[in-house]
Design a protein around this ligand. Structure first.
Ligand code: NI
Length: 254
């Protein structure tokens, strides 16, 4: 069965049918979902979801574009959340220079602090990196992120960058974008990366795969991603599902 390594079921787009859609997962081949916090509020909501659903695990952390809300008190709360039994990672954390709020120095400060937190609580990290490849790699190397381990979620960089992250032992999160016709660069990355380093993700409600592009995404659309990865790799869909499942279990130590 399929593991969705990155979802946002706390999002208000699921307010109308959250319970119904989550309760339909098992019957549709989705075994386990990791819900990812993006700020303090959604990290708290992630904890609630992990308490409500046996197959939902969670990551807590603050997305680079929300780091202006962080201070020492909130870092302490993140540490408490990180110690809950079903919280399996710190994330999503990282750098996003596509949006210029907050300034890069602030983003870098809290990326570093949250990597330190992951090291302290001994959890892997879920990295969000957009238009910031070089700084992300440099900061990860400086923090010896290879010992922390984790995933580069919604991987969007070319093959040369994929090599850098793979060399640090990181997984690459692959989702709906790989099914887009114009996603040439990402298809090359999937071809290049060993299947043992790829995990499946939705980033739902965003980034629904073809043929549902533009709709609200959910883990139920992951079979479209599986099919495209299988096509690129020249493997069976069953193999892709089983290998990426094992990868996700190793990534989050489930
Ligand atoms: Ni996300």
């Amino acid at each position: 069965m399929i593991i969705d390594t990155h979802a946002h079921y706390d999002d208000e787009q699921f307010d109308i049918d959250r319970e119904e859609i989550l309760n339909s997962m098992k019957d549709n081949g989705i075994e386990l979902i990791v819900n990812i916090g993006a700020d303090m509020q959604t990290s708290e909501q992630t904890l609630e979801l992990t308490n409500q659903y046996p197959f939902v695990y969670g990551a807590v952390g603050v997305h680079p574009n929300s780091t202006m809300e962080l201070d020492d008190t909130k870092m302490e709360r993140l540490k408490e959340l990180a110690r809950m039994p079903k919280i399996v990672a710190i994330g999503e954390i990282g750098l996003d220079y596509y949006w210029d709020e907050p300034d890069p120095d602030t983003q870098r400060k809290w990326f570093d602090r949250q990597m330190e937190l992951a090291r302290e609580v001994k959890l892997p990290i879920v990295i969000h990196s957009r238009d910031a490849a070089k700084d992300t790699v440099d900061m990860m190397k400086a923090a010896h992120a290879g010992d922390i381990s984790g995933v580069i979620h919604c991987f969007s960089y070319p093959v040369e960058m994929a090599r850098e992250f793979l060399n640090m032992g990181f997984y690459l999160g692959i989702g709906g974008v790989v099914t887009f016709k114009n996603a040439k660069k990402l298809k090359e990355v999937v071809e290049y990366a060993p299947i043992e380093s790829i995990v499946l993700e939705t980033d739902c409600p965003y980034l629904a795969p073809e043929p549902n592009r533009g709709k609200r995404n959910s883990s139920l659309y992951l079979p479209s991603v599986v099919e495209e990865v299988a096509r690129i790799k020249g493997m069976d869909t069953d193999q892709i599902i089983e290998i990426t499942r094992q990868n996700a279990m190793r990534l989050y130590r489930l």
